[in-house]
Design a protein. Structure first.
Length: 451
């Protein structure tokens, strides 16, 4: 706008002073050249000793990533770097796309021993939106600190506080990962907050969008679209609340969301609710703790992704200690690990796309970001190979958002969300992932370890 006004001013002065046409042209050319130079963002090159191609799921050697502004402009060999170019030398590192956590709740945090429903009510009644958002912003930033440059925040975020925080981060008001926001979870009567008396049910509306029938499901999606959500999250079941959405309600939700070009992912604990949600046409299943082989086969056939939100043995031992388990009380961890490993292996064997998600909302004494990165350890514990774990935290979650050209991979046209770790990622995956030395988001360096 300013440049346009200056051009108008030059033309005005030329007219007033009867400036010769050749002089006028000269002035305009000089001005336009300066404007172009000032507006140009400078190129930067990142030397990647090892380079992870998340689409092909392979490691390549010695690549130069050219970053212009907020995007990756090109990928080439080292010898494509011009002389005197600005270089970030990560030639002794493995360079990866920024990681994606496909299941977070940055607006909700409880202690290990706290009851989910009681804490939800406490949050709704005693935590203002302002305080909740500021706390959410701090939690969100901790994701960026560990190299998670995008998150799918799936509800328990009041009334669209996630959309507000997303916008504040996008405009640079506060620092954090890219947020893909679902807004309030669409659920049947009572949502997931069990034990609330009938006279207090209105409180639930502060956290969930209660769906009452097929037409209301479509209306709920339109309300969410109108508020600018990136995707829709539903609760196919509300356990331990007994209520659940019907297949027809879910169909109505899915059809409306798809008409607006956004995806629907479904929280499912029981196998029946997962089957119902898949039948209704959802794009993804969250948790799926009790999922049967027949349901996994249907998911593979319909290309529905699974977000297994398990934790590692290390995490579980910490959690158990915090809730006061001792001796034989700890036996459940073995059972849990067996179940988790078994289910993940069955899903992989059935060719279901695994999308990494932490579902982290419990304070175990570290930052939410540090706690969420545990998802990599969990999948590794369950036997997934290092590059497969990485693909589940980069390319597949990007694909689940239909954003694979923009996030989750290092390719021309993608956002420059780039991280680097030191060490041999295929031989010593977990320790290497702990050696984070570089985080860039949107072309800006967020963290770089000093040599
Ligand atoms: Zn969750």
């Amino acid at each position: 706008m300013v440049r346009f006004e200056i051009i108008v001013l030059i033309l005005y002065l030329a007219q007033k002073t009867s400036m010769r046409t050749s002089h006028l042209c000269f002035l305009l050319v000089i001005f336009c050249s300066c404007a172009v130079m000032l507006g140009q963002t400078s190129d930067m090159y990142i030397k990647a000793g090892q380079f992870y191609d998340s689409e092909k799921n392979v490691l390549l050697k010695e690549k130069a990533i050219r970053v212009v502004g907020s995007e990756i402009a090109s990928i080439g060999a080292y010898n494509t770097i011009p002389e005197n170019a600005e270089i970030i030398d990560l030639s002794d590192c493995t360079v990866l796309p920024g990681l994606i956590d496909a299941h977070t709740h940055v607006f909700f945090s409880q202690n290990a021993e706290a009851d989910f429903a009681e804490h939800s009510i406490r949050t709704l009644v005693m935590e203002s939106d302002a305080l909740r958002t500021l706390r959410g912003a701090k939690r969100a930033k901790s994701y960026l600190d560990v190299g998670i440059t995008s998150i799918k925040d799936l509800g328990n975020s009041g009334r669209f506080l996630d959309v507000a925080l997303r916008d504040a981060i996008t405009e640079g008001t506060t620092s954090g990962p890219r947020i893909f926001a679902s807004g309030p979870i669409l659920a049947a009567e009572g949502g997931q907050i069990y034990g609330v008396l009938h006279i207090h049910q209105h409180l639930i509306d502060g956290e969930y969008r209660i769906v009452k029938g097929m037409e209301d499901g479509a209306t709920a999606v339109r309300e969410h679209v109108n508020q600018g959500v990136d995707l829709i999250k539903i609760c196919a079941d509300n356990l331990p609340n007994r209520t659940h959405l019907s297949v027809n309600e879910m169909k109505s939700i899915v059809q409306t969301a798809h008409a607006y070009g956004i995806t629907v992912t479904a929280h499912c604990v029981t196998d029946q609710s997962a089957w119902n949600a898949i039948t209704a046409g959802v794009d993804g299943i969250e948790h799926g703790f009790n999922i049967a082989d027949s349901t996994l086969a249907l998911m593979a056939k319909k290309k529905v992704f699974l977000v297994p939100t398990e934790n590692s043995r290390t995490y579980m031992e910490t959690y158990a200690r915090l809730v006061g388990n001792e001796g034989e009380d700890l036996d459940w961890i073995e059972f849990y690990m067996d179940e988790m490993t078994n289910r993940l292996k069955r899903a992989i064997a059935m060719d279901v796309s695994i999308v990494a998600g932490s579902d982290n909302y419990t304070d175990i004494g570290v930052s939410p970001g540090e706690s969420s990165i545990d998802m990599l350890r969990a999948y590794s514990d369950a036997g997934m190979k290092p590059l497969d774990v990485l693909q589940s935290a980069t390319y597949f979650p990007a694909q689940s958002l239909k954003m694979e050209k923009r996030i989750g991979q290092l390719s021309p046209g993608a956002f420059a969300d780039i991280i680097a770790v030191k060490g041999d990622i295929t031989a010593d995956f977990l320790n290497t992932m702990d050696q984070l030395v570089f985080v860039m988001k949107n072309g800006e360096v967020h963290f770089r370890e000093k040599d």
